[in-house]
Unconditional design. Structure first.
Lengths: 303, 366
């Protein structure tokens, strides 16, 4: 019956079939255009660093095309990777970043869980407060923090300033608020029934956190880990202020203080050091992104 | 397994009383359904039994022990949620065994219990799958399996079928009934669907606005509702409520529906309602199946009248007819072969032996 009715009506006017896909094609073209533009914009500096790192000092200072290597050499890499000083910076940076990530997670995960799930007096205000602390610029905090740590050092007699491990106390102040904030978001997106089911199944709050929340909110956890690692790895101002001796420096400060002597810039090694320094975050991104699968909660509830 | 008792249980949220002092005794092995419209306090009551909500006032007892301050994990209950609440990162077997693993049961026993529950629910093939690989009905089976393996004192179901499509809902309803016949665990089941309530329950608790309206077996609620709310809530299509008054005409008590329509009451009914003041505003409560096509020979107490139908709805096994009595919409159920047509006149019969009389102001069935 229904087909008959349609046949009778017939197409009276030409309908533009495929106009949807035409719209889509244009949208795709525009997105590719901007993506390519953005890729060129953001990949040019690393490319320039790579080119420069493969040049000898003589070629860098010679008036040749800066975008081409005429006599490629790995001497900058060899020199840096065999220098104890550079390896020391690398070691300091790694230790600081790894320990800071651990400290941050140990604080952020339980606090985010408490703020997202255990309703207690002032929990909402506290959650907002956590985020607000993150909004205070780092550069406003380093002088009071320095004075604070100096006072602690005076009172306790424990040397903190000019030691790489002082950064373990300082960086979590930058990483914990933001990581807590994103974890609150992830935990809040987990259906309430899931922890109720766990509570009824006999789990304690801690078991609910470790056996349900952490596995389910793994993408959020990874995002927070990447953030904390990147912040600690790339931080420049704080290590510049809190550490001065060569053997206590982390990579970003180490490269700039040792490879710039007066007004002499060792560009080849600076670029090499910067490239090598950018490698660990890249590797970590690439490795963790495999686990960063969206929709991990799929199937928990009606969806 | 255990009995459950609620004594003057109250739940307050700030100024709002969600549950207003309810008393309920649930016997061991019993299947109780709490039913009512949304916001009636049925889910809150269930969550208080589970220990997921604090009790503002009163006592809840499971197996004779007051559990007001006992955390959910120590109440020995299991709950099935509307949205299944399966752990997404665990397989079906891991989901089902989670509670047992937390309590450090021996591995062999866990495996035996999971296998048995999976067999009972017909999900043996799915045991190694993750929840996202399952359909809605399968997920709800797993959620039930998770409850069964714990072998708890009480099962709590919070609208477990509401997320399923109509066909699957009917199938799972039968499934739940079968499971209860086998495991016989005391069950409290919350739903807003009166059909689910009627088909599953040993006893139904009808709730409205935080109070219990009536407790009874499905048949009691259907045939002897205590209030207008219960009479209107249970049964589909709903009971008709027709404004009426009582009159004495020549020594017999009769009920007047409109200026035109008045019937003498059957003797049993007349005796029951005789003491009522004739001035009261009353409602005649009559289920659609007691408003049928008229026959040449009517039973005593069945009265016929003429009306004009507004709309008819052929359902196959019956036809629903809608008409007005002085502006009150009324629904009847007639034989599909009775010739009911939209807008056509029809002679209908009203079975007053099955009538209810309600006080319009209080809503109480008299």
């Amino acid at each position: 019956m229904s087909t008959l009715a349609i046949d009778k009506a017939g197409p009276t006017r030409k309908v533009k079939y495929g106009s949807m896909s035409r719209d889509r094609a244009w949208a795709l073209r525009w997105s590719y255009f901007f993506l390519v533009l953005f890729a060129i914009f953001s990949l040019t500096p690393p490319l320039y660093m790579l080119i420069t790192s493969l040049k000898s000092s003589a070629e860098i200072s010679a008036a040749t095309n800066p975008w081409w290597v005429f006599h490629p050499t790995l001497s900058n890499y060899v020199e840096l990777l065999t220098s104890n000083q550079f390896l020391r910076f690398f070691w300091n940076s790694s230790m600081v970043s790894i320990v800071v990530v651990i400290i941050t997670m140990l604080i952020s995960i339980p606090s985010a869980f408490a703020l997202a799930r255990m309703k207690f007096w002032g929990s909402t205000t506290l959650a907002t407060g956590v985020f607000l602390t993150y909004l205070i610029p780092d550069s406003l905090l380093f002088i009071p923090l320095f004075k604070m740590l100096a006072a602690v050092q005076d009172i306790t007699g424990i040397t903190l300033l000019n030691r790489w491990y002082v950064l373990l106390f300082v960086y979590p102040m930058l990483t914990v608020p933001f990581c807590t904030w994103i974890m609150i978001g992830y935990f809040a997106s987990i259906p309430k029934e899931l922890d109720e089911a766990a509570l009824i199944d006999g789990a304690s709050w801690l078991q609910t956190l470790t056996r349900i929340f952490i596995p389910v909110a793994l993408p959020g956890l990874i995002a927070a880990t990447i953030f904390a690692f990147t912040v600690s790895w790339a931080q420049f101002l704080y290590p510049l202020v809190f550490t001065t001796s060569i053997d206590q420096l982390v990579l970003p400060v180490g490269i700039t203080t040792t490879l710039i002597k007066g007004d002499v810039f060792n560009w080849g090694q600076i670029m090499t050091g910067a490239l090598l320094g950018a490698a660990p975050p890249l590797i970590i991104y690439a490795f963790l992104m495999d686990y960063y699968i969206a929709g991990l909660t799929a199937g928990a509830t009606k969806g | 397994m255990a009995d459950v008792a609620l004594r003057k249980v109250v739940k307050r949220y700030d100024d709002v009383e969600a549950v207003r002092g309810i008393d309920l005794d649930i016997a061991d092995h019993e299947f109780i359904v709490l039913v009512g419209p949304s916001g009636c306090g049925k889910s809150t009551t269930l969550r208080m039994i589970a220990g997921l909500e604090d009790i503002s006032d009163g006592d809840i007892m499971i197996g004779g022990d007051v559990v007001n301050d006992v955390p959910p994990k120590d109440r020995d209950i299991a709950m099935v949620f509307q949205n299944y609440a399966l752990y997404p990162h665990m397989t079906v077997a891991e989901n089902m065994s989670f509670g047992l693993r937390l309590k450090h049961y021996p591995k062999a026993e866990i495996k035996a219990r999971v296998t048995e529950a999976a067999r009972l629910l017909d999900i043996t093939d799915l045991i190694d799958r993750k929840p996202k690989q399952l359909s809605g009905g399968q997920r709800q089976r797993v959620a039930m399996g998770r409850a069964i393996v714990r072998n708890p004192k009480v099962f709590l179901f919070d609208e477990p079928l509401s997320n399923l499509d109509a066909k699957l809902r009917v199938q799972m309803r039968i499934e739940i009934k079968k499971v209860h016949q086998k495991v016989r665990t005391t069950t409290v089941y919350v739903t807003h669907d009166q059909v689910e309530a009627m088909t599953l329950a040993d006893r139904v608790v009808v709730m409205n606005k935080g109070r219990i309206e009536q407790i009874g077996t499905p048949n009691e609620l259907y045939h002897k509702p205590a209030t207008r709310f219960v009479a209107g809530f249970i049964g589909s299509p709903a009971m008709n409520f027709i404004p009426c008054r009582l009159e004495d005409v020549g020594g017999t008590l009769q009920i007047r529906l409109t200026d035109r329509i008045a019937f003498a009451l059957p003797p049993a009914r007349a005796a029951r309602y005789n003491a009522l003041p004739r001035t009261d505003k009353l409602l005649l409560g009559l289920r659609p199946e007691h408003l049928t096509e008229s026959h040449a020979h009517l039973e005593p107490g069945v009265e016929s009248f003429d009306t004009v139908l507004d709309v008819t709805e052929p359902m196959g096994m019956e036809t629903l007819v809608y008409f007005g009595l002085d502006g009150t919409p009324v629904c009847g159920r007639v034989n599909p072969n009775a010739g009911a047509k939209d807008g056509a006149p029809m002679r209908l019969a009203m079975d007053l032996n099955n009538m209810h009389l309600l006080n319009e102001a209080t809503g109480v069935v008299l």
